[in-house]
Design a binder for this molecule. Structure first.
Ligand SMILES: *Cc1c(COP(=O)(O)O)cnc(C)c1O
Length: 241
């Protein structure tokens, strides 16, 4: 069953208040933090309710589902374009294999999960063929857990530089996942590490003005992430439960 607009609004209000408080504590501007609604575990009516609650940044973690939802929502918005013009931005947040790039590019406005040179090259080639420039973020494995995706911390700067050299890619920031054990201190260290890499890259003049985002924090750790500089939090459970 779909999650109601009322419930989403209530949850979103709480999340935004948490973000506001975390910003107050750390002297940041709350406007600098975007909420991406990760809709992978909810149905299409719930996604429509997200939009009614004012959420226009939507995220999916699997290419197939992203493509399906994109076209369903696109059709829905097209039907409503005269009475209620809304545009949404789709974020690909999950692991991406090269053979799914083509499908992903049909739907995604931004890909958070670029973590290898070969994947970056594949996206760049496809984007070039479509004569477009794709916003991408570099995913870094800051928690250094073996099973996780993301490039190694030591490889991030070089890979970032390579991405910036590709004309059909625009590097808009860095992404990481907190440790799966959820330990708050380890989580904080993970997010601090991503921010440090970001600052090192900025210092080295890698990425232009558009290199400005830190995508970090999910339902269980977005408060810590905002305290440590997140500009994009990717939230599912906390919005829908
Ligand atoms: C599922 C997912 C999220 C959201 O997770 P919640 O814990 O439900 O908030 C965020 N980022 C990625 C990459 C995900 O796969």
């Amino acid at each position: 069953m779909a999650v109601t607009v009322n419930k989403i609004t209530k949850n979103l209000t709480r999340i935004r208040r948490d973000i506001f408080d975390a910003c107050q504590r750390t002297g940041r501007s709350p406007e600098a933090v975007e909420v991406v609604a990760v809709t992978k575990s909810v149905d299409i009516d719930t996604i429509k309710n997200c939009m009614k609650a004012g959420l226009t940044n939507l995220g999916e973690s699997r290419p197939q589902q992203l493509a399906e939802r994109f076209s369903q929502i696109d059709e829905y918005l097209y039907g409503r374009r005269k009475t209620d013009p809304v545009s949404v931005k789709w974020h690909m947040v999950g692991h991406l294999q090269r053979n799914k790039v083509k499908q992903t590019l049909v739907a995604a406005d931004v890909i958070h999960s670029v973590d290898s040179l070969r994947l970056a090259e594949e996206i760049s080639q496809r984007a070039e063929a479509d004569e477009r420039v794709v916003d991408v973020m570099l995913q870094v494995n800051c928690s250094q857990e073996a099973q996780k995706f993301g490039c190694a911390v030591g490889a991030a700067t070089h890979l970032g530089e390579m991405i910036c050299s590709m004309r059909s890619l625009k590097l808009t920031g860095l992404m990481t996942m907190g440790p799966t054990n959820g330990d708050p201190e380890q989580t904080r260290r993970t997010f601090i590490r991503l921010r440090e890499i970001f600052e090192e890259m900025k210092h080295d003049k890698i990425g232009g003005d558009s290199f400005s985002h830190l995508s970090m924090g999910m339902s269980g750790d977005y408060i810590i992430a905002v305290e440590e500089g997140a500009t994009i939090v990717r939230v599912g459970t906390a919005l829908f439960a």
